[in-house]
Design a protein around this ligand. Structure first.
Ligand code: IMP
Length: 424
C-alpha cells in the first residue's frame, strides 16, 4: 500500500507517461498489465527524452522493480531493442521482470494485422500494425505462444510448428500473403528466448508480496478508456482492457489491492486511427493545437486528430474507471486561443440532449456536441510554479472542467518536462 492505477481517460496519448513518471519516482514497484508496443510513453527528464513502448517507466529509477504482467502482449524483437537502447544510455534493466503467462507477438501477428486492415479497405480500424489484435485473438483462441514457451526451446519449437503451420495456411490461402519458414522463425525466437529468460518471473506473486510488504505500487495503464474493447468506441478500439479493472486481470491481483485510481486527460482531445470523434476540429484551430501540442504519434508518427475537450467522454471515464482524481495535461498548448470550448452534452438528431456517452456507434451517429464557451488566455504559463500563479482564465477553465467531469483535478500539466506539473 498504496497502490495507484494511472489510466488514460480519452483516446490515448494524454501524456500518461509524464504522470506515470512522476508517480514512478514515488513508487517501489511499477507494473504494466495490458497492451503491447502499440503504446508509446514519452518521458522527458532533464532534457533527455526517453520513448518507451513496453518497458515500464519505473525503469528510469535504479531501485524500482518493473513488472510486465500476464495481460501484456510482448513483441520480443522490439522489446530487446528497447532493452538495448536503455542499456546503451546507462539505464540498468536488472529490476525488470516479465510474467511467464504474457503472450508473445509473433511475426504472423504483425503480417495478419496489416493484411486484415487492408482487407477491410475503407472500414479499416487504423491499427498501429504491431500485431496486437491478432496476438490477443490467439490468446483467446487458446493457441498463443507465451513467455514461458519462448524461454523453453523444445516447447517453443513444438508450438511454432503447430500454430505457425495454421497461420501459414491462413496467410497464403485467405490473404495471398507470404508464408514463413518456420525453422527460421524457431531459430530467431529461440535466441530471443535465451536473451529474455533471466527476466522471467511470476508477476502476480511479486506484486502480491510487494503489497504485503507495504511497498508503494503503481500500475501504469497503456492506451485509454475509449480504446477499451468493451467500453470504448467499438470496433475502433484496441484488443485489451485499458480500464482500471483491467489491471487486476492483467496482473493477477485482487481489486482490494487498489487504493487510488488516477485518470489522465488532455485539456483538449486527440485521437489517432479511425472512429467517431464528436468534438473534432477540422479547421485552423485544430491545426494550431496539433502544431503547438506536437500531436504526432509516438509509436507510428501519424498526425493526431484534434478537438475540444469533451466532458461527456471524461465523465464516462470517471464512471467506468471509478476515478478518484484527474490529471489534466497540456494546458499550455491552449495559450493564444481567444475562446475555449468544452462539450458538456450531446444533442441527438431528434433534438433531445443526452449527458452519458452512448454505448454504440449507432447511438453516437449524428450526436452533435453542446458547447459551453470560456475566455482563453494568452500568457505563456509553462514556467508557473503553482496553480494559484496561473492566469484567472486558466484557473476558471480547470475549475469548470472539474465541475463538468464530476472529479477532482489533482494535477495540471503545463509543459513536457517532469517538473512542469502543478499539483493541487
Ligand atoms: P491496435 O491497438 O494497434 O490494434 O490499434 C487499435 C486502435 O487503438 C487504433 O485506433 C490505434 O490508433 C489505437 N491505439 C493503440 N494504442 C494506442 C496508444 O497507445 N495511443 C493512442 N492510440 C492507440
Amino acid at each position: 500500500m498504496p497502490a495507484n492505477i494511472v489510466v488514460g481517460s480519452q483516446w490515448g496519448d494524454e501524456g500518461k507517461g509524464k504522470i506515470i513518471d512522476i508517480l514512478a519516482s514515488r513508487a517501489e514497484v511499477v507494473v504494466r498489465s495490458q497492451g503491447g508496443n502499440n503504446a508509446g510513453h514519452t518521458v522527458v527528464n532533464n532534457g533527455e527524452v526517453y520513448k518507451l513502448h513496453l518497458i515500464p517507466s519505473g525503469i528510469l529509477y535504479p531501485d524500482t522493480l518493473c513488472l510486465i504482467g500476464a495481460g501484456v502482449v510482448l513483441d520480443p524483437k522490439d522489446f530487446i531493442s528497447e532493452l538495448d537502447s536503455l542499456e546503451s544510455r546507462g539505464i540498468s534493466t536488472k529490476n525488470l521482470k516479465i510474467d511467464p503467462r504474457a503472450q508473445i507477438v509473433m511475426p504472423w501477428h504483425i503480417q495478419l494485422d496489416g493484411l486484415s486492415e487492408k482487407f477491410r479497405g475503407n472500414s479499416d480500424i487504423g491499427t498501429t500494425k504491431r500485431g496486437i489484435g491478432p496476438a490477443y485473438m490467439d490468446k483467446y483462441e487458446r493457441c498463443g505462444i507465451r513467455m514461458y514457451d519462448l524461454c523453453h526451446p523444445e516447447v517453443l519449437a513444438e508450438k511454432i510448428k503447430s500454430t505457425g503451420t495454421l497461420k501459414n495456411k491462413i496467410i497464403t490461402a485467405v490473404y495471398n500473403g507470404d508464408a514463413y519458414d518456420l525453422d527460421k522463425v524457431t531459430a530467431e525466437y529461440t535466441e530471443y528466448g535465451k536473451r529474455l529468460a533471466p527476466y522471467m518471473d511470476d508477476v502476480s506473486v511479486l506484486t502480491y508480496e510487494a503489497d504485503k510488504a507495504g511497498k508503494t505500487i503503481m500500475f501504469e495503464g497503456a492506451q485509454a478508456t475509449l480504446l477499451d474493447i468493451d467500453f470504448g468506441t467499438y470496433p475502433y478500439v484496441t484488443s485489451s482492457h485499458p480500464l482500471s479493472a483491467g489491471v487486476c486481470v492483467g496482473t493477477g491481483v485482487g481489486p482490494k489491492t487498489i487504493t487510488n485510481v488516477i485518470g489522465v486527460a488532455k485539456a483538449y482531445t486527440t485521437r489517432v486511427g479511425k472512429g467517431p470523434f464528436p468534438t473534432e476540429l477540422n479547421d485552423e484551430i485544430g491545426d494550431k493545437i496539433r502544431k503547438v501540442g506536437g500531436e504526432f504519434g509516438t509509436t507510428t508518427g501519424r498526425p493526431r486528430r484534434t478537438g475540444w475537450f469533451d466532458a461527456v467522454i471524461v465523465r464516462h471515464s470517471v464512471r467506468v474507471n471509478g476515478l478518484d482524481s484527474l490529471a489534466i495535461n497540456k494546458l499550455d498548448t491552449l495559450s493564444g486561443l481567444e475562446k475555449l470550448k468544452v462539450c458538456v452534452a450531446y444533442k441527438l438528431p431528434d433534438g433531445s440532449v443526452i449527458e452519458n456517452f452512448p454505448p454504440t456507434l449507432e447511438g453516437l451517429a449524428g450526436c452533435e456536441p453542446v458547447y459551453e464557451e470560456f475566455d482563453g488566455f494568452n500568457e505563456d504559463i509553462s514556467n508557473a510554479k503553482s496553480f494559484d500563479e496561473l492566469p484567472q482564465n486558466c484557473k476558471t477553465y480547470i475549475e469548470k472542467l472539474e465541475e463538468l467531469c464530476g472529479c477532482h483535478i489533482s494535477m495540471v500539466g503545463i509543459g513536457p518536462d517532469r517538473s512542469q506539473i502543478l499539483e493541487r
